[in-house]
Design a protein around this ligand. Structure first.
Ligand code: HEC
Ligand code: HEC
Length: 300
């Protein structure tokens, strides 16, 4: 809210509180039964039942005035029209809580510092922490099982846009990633798009008409700049491997057509704010997902 709105709301609130106080005081002040004979406002039922002004019970009045006192005390102590004498602000409370959490949990994360990510990926305690960090920060995009969704990569399949070494994963998490596939449909033309689609699908083993595939292969030179001459992708720019039948957006003809006509632009936000210790635990968890499961330890 802007300061002006806050002030207006504050003033209206105070006027309301004052008006309520006055109304209660005014009605309570009147003597019981002070209703003039023939007063049109004094309703009479059944000939002898008369409306009177009976005072509220005293305890109720006291409670009511206490709430008014409370309201003014609150106005004085907390920020409203004035800044509040306690100096409390939402922001400061948030900072305090974050500092508190940091002091409480940082040692827990720091305990894993200095060990390699591959090693952490075999440590059940590190993985449990990594999994809970993942659940808090990453699942809304990558899914609770890290298997992703169209446009959000599956992190369990060992098919990487940007490389799957521990260092690559740390980089992806820390600095984020951005993949840009240009809209090439207009340049290719309708027939060109169909031929390229046939060639791309043939790369992952889908049967396609041979002459279309050959024509598509000839056109693939413009794609090769980013996806490589063999279509296996380039982790430096996150261009997808097109040969493994694992898809980021999808490998159906309709989806491929959309990719070519409109282009694609995937964004993974930077997570540097998590701090190095948490990022390393997250990377260990992500790394573990595509590693062969560790053999159960022999019983001692
Ligand atoms: C706002 C959605 C979003 C959030 C939140 C998010 N990601 Fe991502 N992530 C993406 C997208 C989209 C990509 C693919 C980027 C591209 O297409 O170039 C990606 C890519 C990645 C990659 C690279 C995958 C590869 O194949 O190379 C890793 C690793 C990753 N994310 C891990 C994480 C982790 C760990 C978290 C939690 C700290 C996280 N992401 C949070 C959307 C998100
Ligand atoms: C300028 C570099 C560049 C060029 C040129 C390029 N691509 Fe891409 N392509 C990318 C990038 C980067 C991505 C990943 C986009 C993302 O992460 O959102 C991508 C994604 C794709 C996808 C999505 C794959 C999936 O898993 O859903 C397909 C299909 C594709 N490209 C096909 C092509 C074809 C066919 C051509 C040539 C006509 C081509 N690309 C040209 C960079 C390029």
């Amino acid at each position: 809210m802007s300061p002006l709105t806050t002030t207006i709301v504050g003033i209206v609130t105070i006027l309301n509180v004052l008006a309520c106080g006055w109304l209660i005081w005014w009605t309570a002040r009147r003597e019981p039964g002070e209703v003039a004979e023939g007063d049109v406002k004094s309703h009479v039922w059944d000939g002898d039942l008369r409306e009177r002004n009976n005072p509220m019970p005293r305890w109720w009045l006291i409670l009511f005035f206490l709430t008014i006192v409370f309201a003014f005390a609150y106005f004085l102590l907390y920020p409203g029209i004035i800044r509040g004498t306690l100096g409390w602000t939402e922001d400061r409370q948030y900072q305090d809580e974050m500092r508190h959490a940091q002091a409480q949990y940082a040692p827990m994360y720091a305990a894993f510092a200095g060990r390699s990510i591959a090693e952490l990926a075999r440590d059940p305690k590190a993985l449990a922490l990594g999994r809970s960090l993942f659940a808090n920060t990453c699942t809304n995009c990558h899914g609770s099982d890290a298997r992703g969704a169209p446009g959000f990569p599956d992190l369990t399949d060992n098919d990487w846009l940007y490389g799957g070494t521990p260092d690559d994963i740390v980089r992806s998490i820390t600095y984020g990633r951005e993949g840009v596939m240009p809209a090439l449909g207009p340049a290719l033309g309708e027939q060109g798009v169909e031929e390229v689609i046939a060639y791309v699908r043939s790369l992952s083993g889908h049967p396609e008409p041979a002459e279309k595939v050959a024509a598509g292969q000839a056109r693939f030179v413009i794609c090769a700049a980013c996806h490589g001459p063999d279509g296996k992708g380039n982790p430096a720019i996150g261009s997808k491997n097109l040969t493994d039948d694992l898809w980021l957006y999808g490998g159906s003809e309709a989806t491929l057509r959309k990719t070519l006509m409109d282009g694609r632009h995937g964004r993974m936000p930077a997570h540097q704010w998590l701090g190095e210790d948490k990022i390393r635990l997250l990377a260990a968890y992500v790394y573990s997902l595509s590693q062969p499961q560790p053999q159960p330890q022999p019983q001692q």
